[in-house]
Write a protein that binds this ligand. Structure first.
Ligand code: PMP
Length: 450
């Protein structure tokens, strides 16, 4: 009887899968992917779509790279699993590679996801201060609009109220500060001046809370899930200085921006002179081929965990964190990014192709077009003067039109009702010029149809 019911459900396409956001994202409904190829995938009916958002901004190298699949298979045949309470070669090699890419000596703790990488960073920050004579330094500051993950600690740093409200109380000790969102800033002046005021607010907050209570500040170089916000590089530099001055660890969340997405290996590397205390990563680290998260920690911080014998060690374990096959995949992924000059490619095509989307600024419903590399956000408004966010139905229409024509794009912003009004495009970094032309033409004509 159960089997019959199941078959009936499958015929009606009523899967028993509980997938995130599904019901509230009608444009994604019933899309069952079966095969991927480059920047494209095919659904059950045989229709092809270009993935204009790289899955959830993670498919940096696109689908179907056999070398990556082979690296995973080889590793699984040699050593299928081994815990990182001991170690294995792929993890050792990958930690060394990450340190090289970060340009300074970092130790890396592996996890399975971006959320978990951030959780790890928070625990390291609290324990670090505890062991350096500042046990009262426990608070963690993030910015409004930020998304740092779904688990309770990472969710507490995720400062979009509606994502948290039904799960309160979240973890104590998380504070949120005004973001460098110059398009809707409360400050007058240029975008840079407004961003620097946002940095000043961080400093005010630290002073009012008492620097002796703040452990860490977590930020993405470019807020991605909260509406693709591209601050002035001076903001990142200023915030980094403020953290240093107040003995606050700077955690850079590179889960989205890492591994070439913004035209640098890591997004923060756009801001000269900035070297975060910790860098968290996932998604592009493996281009999504296998789950892997990582928390890279400056060696001088790591050293504090080695000092007084047993009591100082980091009491944190992840059974699958740094799975050998995932590390092998990450190594192959990075090798391809380097050998195929993917970063140079991103910089060239971001300018010669994707930048065409800036022409949309002449449309009455486009408030701002924001771009860094292959990360694009188009802030949609009812009109440019009031900046009222474009109505949800109109946004759904644009996304629906793109989908009809075979292009998947997304929208995000804030979870405040009506403020989810930024259209995002983040295609695989290996998209061909024809793929990018298709994305640009389809998106432009959908927006211009308004
Ligand atoms: N940080 C950022 C900036 C993210 O965008 C995400 C996921 N969208 C995460 C952390 C959490 O990553 P995961 O979903 O792998 O836990």
């Amino acid at each position: 009887k159960v089997k019959k019911e199941m078959n009936g459900r499958l015929e009606k396409k009523e899967s028993l899968l509980w997938n995130a956001m599904h019901r509230f994202n009608p444009e994604a409904e019933q899309l069952v992917a079966v095969k991927g190829e480059g920047s494209w995938f095919t659904d059950e009916s045989g229709k092809r779509y270009m993935d204009g958002v790289s899955g959830l901004w993670c498919l940096n190298l696109g689908h179907g790279r056999e070398e990556i699949a082979e690296a995973a298979a080889e590793q699984m045949k040699n050593l299928s699993y081994f815990p990182l309470t001991m170690s294995h070669q792929p993890a050792i090699k990958l930690a060394a590679k990450i340190s090289e890419l970060l340009g300074e000596e970092y130790r890396t703790f592996f996890a399975n996801s971006g959320s978990e990488a951030n959780e790890t960073a928070f625990k390291i920050a609290r324990q670090y201060h505890n062991q350096t004579g500042n046990p009262q330094k426990y608070k963690i500051i993030s910015r409004y609009r930020a998304y740092h993950g779904s688990t309770l600690g990472a969710l507490s740093a995720t400062a979009q109220a509606n994502r948290r409200v039904k799960y309160d109380p979240t973890v104590p000790g998380f504070l949120h500060v005004y973001p460098p969102y110059s398009y809707r800033s409360i400050f007058n002046g240029s975008a840079e001046e407004s961003d620097l005021k946002a940095a000043q607010l961080l400093e005010e907050m630290i002073n009012w809370e008492g620097e002796e209570t703040i452990a860490a500040f977590i930020m993405e170089p470019f807020i991605s899930g909260g509406g693709v916000i591209i601050p002035s590089m001076k903001y990142i530099q200023r915030v980094s200085e403020i953290c240093k001055q107040h003995n606050i660890l700077l955690i850079m969340d590179e889960v989205v921006s890492g591994y070439g997405r913004t035209g640098k290996m890591f997004g923060f590397q756009q801001a000269a002179g900035v070297q975060p205390d910790m860098v968290t990563m996932a998604k592009g680290l493996t281009s999504g081929y296998l789950p892997l998260g990582a928390t890279a920690v400056k060696s001088e911080i790591y050293d504090v965990f080695q000092k007084d014998g047993k009591d100082s060690h980091f009491r944190h374990v992840s059974t699958y964190g740094g799975h050998p096959a995932a590390c092998a995949v990450a190594l192959k992924n990075i090798e391809i990014i380097e050998n195929e000059n993917i970063i140079e490619r991103v910089n060239n095509l971001a300018q010669s192709k994707l930048a065409e989307l800036h022409q949309l600024i002449d449309h009455k419903n486009v408030g701002e077009v924001r771009q860094t590399g292959f990360l694009l956000g188009i802030e949609m408004v009812e009109d440019k003067e009031s900046k009222t966010p474009l109505a949800d139905e109109k946004l759904a229409k644009i996304i629906g039109l793109c989908k009809e024509k075979g292009l998947i794009i997304g929208k995000n912003g804030d979870t405040v009702p009506g403020h989810n009004n930024v259209i995002i495009a983040a295609p695989p970094l290996t998209s061909t010029e024809e793929d990018l032309d298709f994305l640009i033409d389809t998106l432009q004509s959908a927006i211009r149809s308004l």
